[in-house]
Design a protein. Structure first.
Length: 239
């Protein structure tokens, strides 16, 4: 199942000029960063190791400028951003679901700078309500060094563990967190309730308390992430 997609059009390797344009886009960002934000982060992370180190500072400034909605002079990262796609080659990137697991399908035909620019400019067009979280997702992607897979999805989703993230967890994080901790969907548990439920369930799944060792790390990680989501929610309500 297709969750998000982005076409990036860019100069061919033999072309004397360096240009970037955007094509078809399906980038849902609600709740932020959404599947669209994760795809953009994946594109950036996949190309960072091949980006000229001299361009990293400029890339950081570009992300800040786009996040703030400022006018962007051209060229950036030695490429000119344009609307016209005539004469350009295409790279097609997707975030897909196979069963209940989420995977990247990235087609990097152009330079690292062109791929990163395409993702960053697409992020700059996200609506103002979700743009800050999407831009922070790109910053996380810029710091990533590793495989583009489940561990990256966890990193971009603020998780940090290496387990595979399900479609339900990414699309409806609050609903998923309530389900993991055994609360009703309409429940708005208080902080103390969340902490008590977490500790109870943690004892039930921990090998030190007699639970099976196989899969224990994934179960413990899911409980910890569900707690983080719900505690963050209660903190926002109290702010």
């Amino acid at each position: 199942m297709l969750l998000a997609e982005l076409e990036i059009w860019h100069s061919r390797p033999i072309a004397p000029t360096r240009r970037v344009a955007l094509g078809r886009q399906l980038l849902p960002t609600d709740p932020a960063p959404g599947f669209g934000g994760l795809l953009l982060g994946g594109i950036v992370a996949a190309s960072m190791e091949d980006l000229d180190p001299e361009l990293i500072g400029e890339l950081q400034r570009l992300v800040a400028d786009l996040g703030a909605g400022r006018r962007i002079p051209q060229p950036r990262l030695r490429h000119r951003f344009q609307v016209d796609r005539i004469g350009l080659a295409r790279s097609y990137h997707r975030l897909v679901a196979h069963g209940d697991e989420v995977e990247f399908e990235l087609e990097n035909q152009g330079s690292a700078a062109a791929q990163i620019l395409g993702a960053v400019y697409a992020a700059g067009a996200v609506d103002e309500a979700h743009r800050p979280v999407v831009m922070e997702t790109l910053r996380r992607a810029m710091r990533w060094r590793g495989l583009v897979g489940p561990s990256l999805i966890a990193h971009l989703s603020r998780g940090g563990d290496a387990r595979g993230w399900t479609v339900q967890a990414l699309a409806h994080p609050r609903r998923w967190a309530l389900e993991v901790l055994g609360f009703a969907d309409a429940t708005a548990p208080e902080r103390g309730e969340v902490q008590r439920r977490f500790r109870t369930l943690l004892r039930a799944v921990h090998p030190d308390h007699g639970a099976a060792s196989e899969g224990a790390a994934e179960r413990i990680s899911a409980l910890a992430e569900a707690r983080r989501i719900l505690l963050a929610e209660t903190s926002e309500l109290l702010a």
